[in-house]
Every structure is written in structure tokens, then in C-alpha cells.
Ligand binder design. Structure first.
Ligand code: ANZ
Length: 952
């Protein structure tokens, strides 16, 4: 019987589905193992061979763990909300739900062909109300919580209210948007609305006025990475900075825990480093400056408190609330003009540009150390959202301050001995402090930093400012709160209505609040988000139901929120939902959560390093604080799969001005004789770089009459490695590979291409090798081209045992390291060895079948049954190896003469020095080197070389 993969794969896929082979439940008698893939956004283009790379890698691990006796959870679902379906809806009027549904069924068909061990009973879709019920629920919980810095945990907002009633803000240490101060008496005198406004300052989900990238053309806010050179990445519409009320999540409250958690997870150093930089912990000092001839005081944040004596001017962020207070009448026009200019600049431009811009406010601040008056400027390099949005500028020791001082001709005072002050050199972090205090201007009772190192000087200054009450020690994080509103349709609706301008949550028992139908998917004519078009989109408070918008009276019926949640909302806690996907009482039940705990192995791309992987860690820490999730870190081990690049093919068209003539294409080897233009050609028309000229003619009407100049009767194409993309015609559809070679070959080949983490080109030219390997494996069981089974119970030889046990060891170790390509190579060697040894021993072949099962599950299942088994190979036990079979019986030594390697010779593994020497000297191959020479000495290095030293 030949290896008929089509029949085998179909048969077992059906069998697995019917028997629910991959269905998993909590089993207290087994240890759990949770494998997770970053779930896909089901795009219209379907899967190309790059997509399943990570899924195959994790599937191998899932199957392996199951064979090792673990109870394995390996779920799959869809990140189903998103912009492409919405944009398609805007263009075509097609409801995004329909497009999404179609794309999902296409994905499912493609995935099913590859033979994954997913438990489809646990599928989730983020756009399913049963799923987003819990996204909305988590949001409401965040709205109802604040973050307590002392207990390092989220707490119910009611606790904060109680505290305000008793003590006001005295001694309060909580995460907040701005520092407020009020007494218990003041709090108790506030009306309800005022209280709600104050609480917004502390809620974990809050409405906040934020600077956003507003794109009027698209009618929406864009994320920083959706803006390129001041225009939208999609469509190229202008983007401006605008202050808008948006829902935000107080991710910043969790900055320290997000940082600390990184030490407890098994992720690559590079992803951890990326997250550390993103979180950006910075220890510094806040110092208060008073504005000259005024009561206004403002605080700056500095990491270099030691440079207080070198401050020569101050800079405020253009958005700083102090700008209005310190701008003098004379400078008003200039300042306003400057603020107009800054509006057009995104934060990213402001940080990356080295352009120096700024304007003088007209006011001066008093340096608390020197009592000198120094000018207050406004400059775009100071960002509103970081530190206090105001800085003390020390041009001698900070490159941006230096550039500013040079540009506006402001003084520069060096503070460090021998420091080289120039734009290029700001390495004055080491060095000894001098020139402090500035002679004769010290009003600080002799407080001086002279002679200290920078580190000592920072510590001394911190102590001094704290004692004198001029400042305090402060830790800042670069991590910002996440903006959580999107002015789009295809996303989770907020469970929020507005009463007297203040947001109210829909009662939890009324969730989910379902996305309403609308007739068009664009923003409204008045600039409201698409949900502004929904007719039935108002909340009847008393009857707890959604009603027609026309009934809004702001007494009983209120308007609902029009924004929807962003993409990361649905992907933040999906790992918990897979544990208990059909629970309609909670996000996850306690039993399932306690059993599955968290993800043991998470596989996905590095592009999520600062998005999804930060948001979901934050989200889960919040749920952990609420006792919903029992592990603080969601993803214990993270493996980042590389990208599969495309291998593009080209044909060479001979240039011609006469377009009426049929195009002529010249084969690659002859192209230099002509003037040609390379043209991408669809890779399916090419095999082993040879063009199927007939298929090419049929590909496009303009090539119907194409003529070819061939080499040896063939048309050779050129090739290049490029991104896999439709426009380069190099997208390979896994369906085609499965059709031609089978899923098992596809799976093996994707893994054989190289290490999982590496990016590598898809090169179909090597796929035959994997297919032949499976055929050879098959032929260990069946007589070539017949259905005669040739397995036997003969006593295995030492060689047979060694080949198989070596493989058990290698494959087990390699899988643990995710080194699948080397495991497959070892497999190929072992199968060749067994073939040569004519080994058809049933027991050994059974081990081999289990070993191949994670990689090529269909052929494994078939052969498992051929061996007489009746249960699935998935439930077999992973074989163990016996060290005693691995001992080498022979060794190979390199024979050299006067240090020059000449040939290889095999000896028994236990051969002694004398025997080795004798056999070497007697070997025929030695004679020509020995001829006419005298042997001075023979050196034998066991297991390595024999060196014969000769002289004439
Ligand atoms: C004086 C000084 C002297 C500074 C010196 C640096 C070097 P990190 O480490 O990133 O926290 N800074 C503070 N707030 C800022 C803002 N909103 N926008 C732009 N820059 C701001 O950086 C902290 C340093 O960045 C602070 O220390 C401040 O400049 C500046 F030789 O103060 B430094």
C-alpha cells in the first residue's frame, strides 16, 4: 500500500472530530498544561503559510505534553472586532458581522485541514455578546475601583468615599490623575455631581480629557502607530492634536507591578527589555520653583538634582496649565502663535525631531538654591504627560537643554570638573562636581556639592530638598494610561449612559449591552461616532432597557455612550475565558480557574510587545486583585515565532515600445543579451524556478499571446526573498500544500525550515524531502508499493536499539527546547538507519510512531492502528530511552602525518593505544606517507586523532 495521505488525513480528521479526541475537561488526577496561541484576526485574505507556523509549533508541544501524561488545554478563537471589516463595510455597505462570519468560516476550513489538536468546543469570538459580556463587566469593575498604593491593589471605590467622608484627602496615597486636596468637611458639602467629578480622578476606568491624534478625515482618534508623518497611515488624512474626553484605563497605577512581574516569567530578554523601557521607571526629585513677583509656584521633575546650581532657564510644556498664568501681556501674541504651531505636531514628532523651537513667556522663576531669577520658556521638547510637564534646564549637562540654550542664546554653566560641554558630549554622569555653589550666590548656609561624585551629589541634594521642604523624592514611569475610546462601530459598546453629563453604568445584571444596528458605518454628519446613527440607542433607567433615541428626556430616558472599545479590550482576558467559555454567571468559574491557573506556553509574534502583552498583563492584574484570576501573570512562558518570508519569482520581459505586439519573455540565463524589465509572476505557475509557460499564458489576458525565449527548452525564472504579500504574488496558501503533499508534510516542512524563533523564507523546493521522509517511514511498515505488512517480532539488534533510543533522547530534548528542526533531522537519520538495517521490529516502530505523532499526527494515527492499537495515538505514553543502548560500539579517528590530517579510520570503541598504533601503521593508506621515512613517535589522542611524527 502506498502512503495515501489524502485518504488517511481525511479519515482521521473525521474520526477525531466524531470522537472529540481533543475535547478537554478539568481532571484533578492529571497535571494541567495550558498552551495558547495569540488568536487571529480573521482577515479576508485567509491564511498563508506564515500564519500557521506558530500554531504548528504550539500544537507539537501540546501533543507532546499530552503524550507525557498532562491534561492539555489547547484552545483557539477569533479576535473578531477590528478596522478592516469596518472599512470594508464603509466601502460596500456589507455588515461587518457578515464579513467577519464569512472570514471565520474560511479560517476554520483552512485550520481544520492542518490537523490541529484544538478543543473547538471552547472557541471564543470577541464580537459575540456572550463573550463581550465579560469585557463590559470588567470595564464596569474598573470604573468601580481605585488603586491603593499602600496595599498595592485595586479596591472598591466605596472604600475611598468612606475615607473622604472621614478624613478627606489627608495622608492619601492612591493612584490619581492630579493631586487634589480637600477636607472631610469639604467633601461632605459637595453635591452629588461634584462628588462624581472628584471620584473620576481616582477610578481605574475614568473619563479624562486627553490629547489625542484626531483625524477629521476618518472621524476618529488614532493610536500613535497609526499616524505617520502627521497623516493617517490608512488613507493619508491629516491628523491634529486635540483635547477630547475619552475613556481611559489607569494602567499607570500598575507600572511597578508590571515591572516586577517581568522577573517571574520565562520570556526572552529582548521582550522583557522592550517592556521595561516602555514602562520606563525613573527615580528622581520634584523641586518647587516660585515665579518672581507672583504667588504662582510650579514643580519640576529631575533625575539630576545635583545640577540645581547649573539651572539657567525653565521650560514648560506647551499644554502646561501654568502657561496661561505666567505669560505676560507683551508675550501673549508670540505665545499664542507658538501654541498654534505645536497643535499640529504629534507627540512622536516632538520626541524624535531634533528641531529646536520655543518661546519666552516673559516671566522669571526663582532658583531655590541660588535665589537667582531665570527666564521661563515654553518648548515642545517638554512633554505634558511626563513628570510634571515642566523642567529646570541645565544646558551644560543635558543635550536638549544645550541645543535650546545655543539656539536662543541662553547662558550655560558647567558644573563638573573637566566636563566637555558640547552637543555631542554629555557623558557628565560620572565625574566630580565642582563650581557649586556659584561663588557668592549661595544662600544655603554653605550647602555645597563640590568634590562629590554625581551619585553622591544627587543623594545629598535629595536629602537637602526634602529636609528644607523645597521638594521630594519621586519615582516616575513613562507608561501612560491607555486611551480606551474609539469613534468606531465594529467594537464592544460601552455599558454606559449619561445622566446630567455624568456617566452611569448599566446595571451588571442587564449586560451584555449589545451592539445596535445602523444603516451606514461612517461618522454622522455632525461628527458623532457611527453609533450616533443608531435609532434604538437610549437607556430607560427605570425599566432597565434600551429604547428609542426619540424618547430621551434626560429624566427617565438617557443617551448611551457612542464610542466603542478598542481592539485590545477583547484580547485582554481571553485566556481566562477559554478556561470556562460557556459560563454565563462569570468570566471564569472558580473551579476552572483554580485548575488551569494561567498559560504555561504562549506563542505569538513580537509585534505585540508593548500593546497586547502590556494591556493583558494589566487587565489580569486587575482581575487578580478582584479574586477573579488566581495568577497575577497570565503568560508564564512566551515563545515568539519568526516570520515566514515569501520567495518571489520573476520573468523578464524584453522592453519594447510597440505595445500592439505580443510580449516576449526571455529565460533568466539569456536575459543579459536584452534590455528587460523583471515582472513578479504568481509562484503557483513556477516549480523549481521553472515557469509553466502554458499556465502563464492563461494567467492574465495580456499574456495570452506571450512568446518565450527558452534555455534548453525551459523558461528559468529569477527569484528573490521578500515579504509574503499579495502584491508580490508570492503568497503560498497552505491549502495548496495540503492538497499536493498532505498536512503532515506541511507541518513537518514548516518546522524543518529552521528554528521557530527565526524569520526564514518559504522555499517549496525543499518540501519534497519531507514528503519522501514520510514515505520512507511508511515503508518501514509496508513492503514497497504493496499492502503487505512487514513488521515482525524479531529480537532487535544492538544497532536497531541504538538508532531508536538515540532518537527518543534527541527528540525529547529538542522538543523541550523548541528545536523542532533538529528533531526532524534526527528523525530522518534514524529512519534511514532503520531502513538500512532492515529493521521492522514492532516494539521499536511503535516507539517511532509515538515520537512522530506530535509532528505528523495523521500518519502516526494510521500506523498506530496498523500496529493493532484501538485507542488514539494521542493517548499513548511518550517512550523513554535506555542509556545502555546508546553506548557507541565504534569510534572514528583522524589519522595525520606530521600534523596533517590524511584520512579517517574506524576502530572498536574500546581499542587500546597499542592496537590503534599497530592497525594504523599497517593500514594500506598509511604506506605512501611512511615510505622512506623514519617514525619518530606516534601520538594517540583517544576518540580524536592519531598523529605520526616522521623524519627523513
Ligand atoms: C535637570 C537635568 C539635568 C536633567 C541633566 C537631565 C540631565 P528620565 O530619565 O527619562 O525620567 N524631563 C523631565 N520632565 C520632562 C518632560 N515632561 N519632558 C521632557 N523632559 C523632561 O528623564 C528625566 C529628565 O528629563 C529630567 O531630569 C528632566 O531633565 C527631563 F544634566 O532635569 B533633567
Amino acid at each position: 500500500m502506498d502512503y495515501n495521505f489524502r485518504e488517511i488525513e481525511k479519515k482521521w480528521q473525521q474520526n477525531w472530530a466524531e470522537n472529540k479526541t481533543y475535547h478537554v475537561t478539568e481532571d484533578e488526577n492529571k497535571k494541567k498544561f495550558y498552551v495558547l496561541n495569540m488568536f487571529p484576526y480573521p482577515s479576508g485574505a485567509g491564511l498563508h503559510v506564515g500564519h500557521p507556523l506558530g500554531y504548528i509549533a504550539s500544537d507539537i508541544f501540546a501533543r507532546y505534553k499530552r503524550l507525557k501524561g498532562f491534561n492539555v488545554l489547547n484552545p483557539m478563537g477569533y479576535d473578531a472586532y477590528g478596522l478592516p471589516a469596518e472599512q470594508y463595510a464603509i466601502q460596500t455597505g456589507q455588515h461587518p458581522a457578515i464579513t467577519t462570519e464569512q472570514n471565520i468560516s474560511h479560517y476554520r476550513e483552512q485550520l481544520d485541514k492542518i490537523g490541529f489538536s484544538f478543543d473547538w468546543d471552547r472557541e471564543v469570538r470577541t464580537c459575540d455578546p456572550k463573550y463581550y459580556h465579560w469585557t463590559q463587566w470588567a470595564f464596569e469593575k474598573m470604573f468601580g475601583s481605585f488603586y491603593c498604593n499602600t496595599c498595592k491593589s485595586a479596591q472598591p471605590i466605596e472604600k475611598l468615599v468612606e475615607r473622604f467622608e472621614q478624613k478627606g484627602t489627608e495622608g492619601l496615597d492612591v493612584a490619581q490623575s492630579e493631586e487634589l486636596e480637600f477636607t472631610a468637611g469639604e467633601w461632605n458639602s459637595y453635591d452629588d455631581k461634584k462628588k462624581q467629578q472628584v471620584l473620576m480622578n481616582y477610578r481605574i476606568a475614568y473619563l479624562g480629557e486627553t490629547m489625542v491624534n484626531w483625524c477629521p478625515g476618518l472621524g476618529t482618534v488614532l493610536a500613535n502607530d497609526e499616524v505617520v508623518d502627521g497623516v493617517s497611515e490608512r488613507g493619508g488624512y491629516p491628523v491634529i492634536q486635540k483635547k477630547m474626553m475619552q475613556w481611559c484605563l489607569r494602567t499607570s497605577a500598575y507600572a511597578q507591578r508590571l515591572l516586577d512581574g517581568l522577573d517571574t516569567v520565562d520570556w526572552t530578554d529582548s521582550i522583557k527589555e522592550t517592556q521595561r523601557n516602555w514602562i520606563g521607571r525613573s527615580e528622581g526629585t520634584e523641586v518647587e520653583f516660585t515665579v518672581k513677583d507672583s504667588d504662582v509656584k510650579f514643580t519640576i521633575f529631575t533625575t539630576r538634582a545635583d545640577t540645581m546650581f547649573g539651572v539657567t532657564f525653565m521650560v514648560l510644556a506647551p499644554e502646561s496649565e501654568y502657561v496661561q498664568q505666567v505669560t505676560t501681556t507683551e508675550q501673549k501674541a508670540a505665545v499664542e502663535e507658538y501654541l498654534e504651531y505645536v497643535k499640529k505636531r504629534t507627540e512622536l514628532d516632538r520626541m524624535s525631531d531634533r528641531k529646536v523651537t520655543g518661546v519666552f513667556t516673559g516671566s522669571y522663576a526663582i532658583n531655590p538654591f541660588t535665589q537667582e531669577a531665570i527666564p521661563i520658556w515654553i518648548g515642545e521638547y517638554v512633554l505634558a504627560g511626563y513628570g510634571t510637564g515642566a523642567i529646570m534646564a541645565v544646558p551644560a549637562h543635558d543635550s536638549r537643554d544645550y541645543a535650546f540654550a545655543k539656539h536662543f542664546n541662553l547662558p550655560i554653566i558647567p558644573l563638573i570638573e573637566d566636563a566637555d560641554v558640547s552637543e555631542e558630549s554629555f557623558d557628565a554622569k560620572e565625574g566630580i562636581v565642582s563650581n557649586s555653589p556659584v561663588a557668592g550666590k549661595n544662600s544655603l548656609d554653605g550647602f555645597s556639592l563640590n568634590g562629590l561624585t554625581v551619585k553622591e551629589a544627587i543623594a545629598a541634594t535629595k536629602k537637602f530638598v526634602t529636609e528644607k521642604g523645597i521638594g521630594r523624592i519621586k519615582v516616575n514611569y513613562r507608561l501612560r494610561d491607555a486611551i480606551f475610546s474609539r469613534q468606531r462601530y465594529w467594537g464592544e459598546p460601552f455599558p454606559v449612559y449619561y445622566k446630567d453629563g455624568m456617566p452611569q453604568m448599566i446595571p451588571a445584571e442587564c449586560l451584555p449591552l449589545e451592539l445596535p444596528e445602523i444603516d451606514k458605518y461612517e461618522p454622522t454628519e455632525t461628527g458623532e461616532p457611527p453609533l450616533g446613527r443608531a435609532k434604538k440607542w437610549a437607556w430607560d433607567e427605570a425599566n432597565k432597557q434600551i429604547v428609542d433615541k426619540s424618547l430621551i428626556d434626560n429624566e427617565k430616558v438617557f443617551p448611551l455612550e457612542l464610542s466603542t472599545m478598542p481592539g485590545f479590550a477583547g484580547s485582554s482576558a481571553y485566556y481566562l475565558r477559554y478556561m470556562d467559555p460557556n459560563n454565563n454567571k462569570g468570566l471564569v468559574g472558580e473551579k476552572a480557574d483554580k485548575y488551569w491557573q494561567n498559560v504555561d506556553l504562549y506563542v505569538g509574534g513580537t509585534e505585540h510587545a508593548t500593546g497586547h502583552l502590556i494591556y493583558s498583563r494589566f487587565w489580569n492584574k486587575f482581575l487578580f486583585d478582584n479574586g477573579v484570576s488566581c495568577q497575577e501573570e497570565p503568560f508564564q512562558k512566551l515563545v515568539n515565532q519568526g516570520m515566514i518570508q515569501g520567495r518571489s519569482n520573476f520573468v523578464y520581459r524584453i522592453n519594447s515600445d510597440d505595445h500592439s505586439k505580443a510580449p516576449v519573455f526571455v529565460s533568466k540565463g539569456l536575459k543579459d543579451q536584452y534590455e528587460t524589465t523583471p515582472i513578479h509572476v504568481w509562484v503557483n505557475l513556477v516549480k523549481n524556478d521553472i515557469l509553466d509557460t502554458e499556465a502563464f499564458k492563461q494567467w492574465r489576458p495580456e499574456y495570452a499571446n506571450a512568446e518565450f525565449i527558452l534555455e534548453d527548452g525551459k523558461y528559468n525564472c529569477g527569484w528573490a526573498i521578500e515579504k509574503m504579500s499579495k502584491s508580490m504574488f508570492n503568497v503560498v496558501n497552505p491549502d495548496d500544500i495540503v492538497e499536493e503533499y498532505g498536512a503532515d508534510t506541511l507541518r513537518l516542512y514548516e518546522m524543518f525550515l529552521g528554528p521557530v524563533e527565526a524569520s526564514k523564507p518559504w522555499d517549496t523546493n525543499g518540501i519534497d524531502g519531507c514528503f519522501r521522509f514520510l514515505k520512507k517511514f511508511w515503508n518501514l511498515f509496508f513492503e514497497h508499493n504493496t499492502d503487505k505488512l512487514i513488521i515482525n517480532d524479531d529480537e532487535p539488534t544492538k544497532e536497531n536499539l541504538k538508532s531508536v533510543h538515540k532518537l527518543i533522547k534527541k527528540v525529547s530534548e529538542d522538543i523541550e527546547k523548541f528545536s523542532y528542526n533538529t528533531a526532524i533531522s534526527a528523525f530522518m537519520i534514524a529512519v534511514n538507519e532503520l531502513g538500512q538495517q532492515k529493521c521492522h521490529n514492532k516494539t521499536l516502530l511503535k516507539d517511532m510512531v509515538i515520537l512522530i505523532a506530535p509532528f505528523a499526527p495523521h500518519i502516526a494515527e494510521e500506523l498506530w492502528h496498523v500496529l493493532g492499537e484501538t485507542t488514539s495515538v494521542c493517548d499513548a505514553a511518550w517512550p523513554t530511552y535506555d542509556e545502555s543502548y546508546l553506548a557507541e560500539s565504534e569510534m572514528q579517528l583522524t589519522i595525520s602525518f606530521n600534523g596533517k590530517a590524511r584520512y579517517q579510520k574506524t576502530f572498536p570503541a574500546d581499542a587500546q593505544k597499542d592496537a590503534i598504533e599497530k592497525a594504523t601503521l599497517e593500514d594500506e593508506r598509511s604506506q605512501k606517507y611512511l615510505d622512506g621515512m623514519q617514525i619518530v613517535k606516534v601520538i594517540v589522542v583517544p576518540k580524536k586523532i592519531v598523529n605520526i611524527v616522521l623524519k627523513k
